[in-house]
Write a new protein. Structure first.
Length: 188
């Protein structure tokens, strides 16, 4: 069963999700990658307003390709999430509720997710062109000089995701690996 969610996310939206749940996400999310994360941390350190209010928001770790004529966005696949791990606990403490990317998250991020009630969604790598079909609008809202890594506000319609790490700290990657290893032990 797929769960339909609308971003920004409320605390209850996140609490009910479990690692491995399939989600169709609609609503407003923001793109931000490495360089944008560094600038957001700098804003927090200096007291400068962020380009968007983090409260309840979802950040998609993506840098879309150039927009083809007649489309709202180019291909938009996830980037490796661990690259944002150093900045993530601070952003979670400032209200970030969800992240979309690919790959594992470090222990400090998982602990911060549990503390602040956040969720990490895995997006399918290699399906960037198909994922672009779920974007109905795209607007650069900050740091245009970063090119594809600028912060963009996206409007989504039914972006397919999987809950990789839930707000209780359950990790679908770790659980899947443990189940596989257990099945291999039983097969011998």
């Amino acid at each position: 069963m797929e769960i339909r969610l609308n971003a920004p996310l409320g605390a209850e939206d996140v609490r009910r999700l479990r690692a491995g749940d399939q989600v169709l996400l609609s609503g407003t999310v923001y793109t931000a990658r490495d360089a944008a994360h560094l600038r957001m941390l700098d804003c927090i350190r200096t007291g400068t307003p962020l380009p968007f209010d983090l409260d309840g928001q979802v950040i998609y770790y993506a840098g879309p390709t150039p927009t083809p004529p007649g489309k709202p966005i180019g291909s938009i696949g996830p980037t490796t999430s661990v690259r944002m791990d150093a900045a993530t606990p601070t952003l979670l403490a400032h209200g970030l509720r969800g992240m979309i990317g690919k790959g594992l998250r470090g222990p400090a991020v998982v602990e911060a997710m549990k503390e602040h009630g956040a969720v990490y969604f895995a997006a399918v790598g290699g399906a960037a062109a198909l994922m672009a079909a779920c974007v109905t609008s795209c607007e650069v809202i900050a740091w245009e000089d970063l090119g594809p890594e600028s912060v963009k506000r996206l409007t989504l319609k039914d972006l397919p995701l999987v809950v990789a790490v839930d707000a209780q700290g359950r990790d679908a990657f770790a659980e899947g690996q443990a189940a596989y290893l257990a099945s291999q032990g039983e097969a011998k």
